[in-house]
Design a protein around this ligand. Structure first.
Ligand code: FEO
Length: 161
């Protein structure tokens, strides 16, 4: 297992925590705007990202690499509305996907079966992540800022468990 591959996974572990940070800022925005369902939903997303980072930490430790935690960037806190939040979330997920695919490509080039197998879960997870945000964007575009629609959706998002 090459040092380069392990460092790429370590980098991604840090980026998953950065993702949690970005979603925390989105949670706070939704909460400030009194959309409790959205806030709950993004809070759940924060926990998922921490779990993603933990999966990577565990793998690195299992193969004898000491995980290195790095400084995180301040998350974006500039949002115009919930549609803007959700579009920024999808953009972020696309960047996560790009990075995951780079790890998968490097693992294939090195013929590293353990990393190929490990990273496949994340490849699949990213399909779901992008689909989830894509659907939310479609619904928000249809609602088109109508408060009745927004509060119905907000009520539905409150049930994510
Ligand atoms: Fe862990 Fe949402 O990517």
């Amino acid at each position: 297992m090459s040092e380069k591959l392990l460092e790429m996974i370590n980098e991604q572990m840090n980026f998953e925590l950065q993702s949690a940070y970005e979603y925390k800022a989105m949670q706070i925005y939704a909460d400030d705007e009194e959309f409790e369902g959205f806030a709950h939903w993004f809070g759940h997303q924060v926990m998922e990202e921490i779990e993603h980072a933990e999966k990577m930490t565990k793998f690195l430790q299992e193969v004898g690499f000491k995980p290195v935690y790095k400084a995180m960037e301040a998350p974006n806190t500039e949002f115009t509305d919930l549609l803007d939040v959700t579009k920024k979330a999808l953009d972020h997920e696309k960047e996560v996907t790009r990075r995951i695919h780079e790890i998968a490509k490097a693992a294939r080039e090195e013929g590293d079966e353990r990393v190929i197998s490990f990273i496949q879960w994340f490849v699949d997870e990213q399909v779901e992540e992008e689909d989830t945000f894509g659907k939310l964007i479609t619904r928000l575009e249809r609602i088109n800022g109508n408060y009745g629609g927004l509060y119905i959706l907000d009520g539905q998002l409150a049930h994510r468990g």
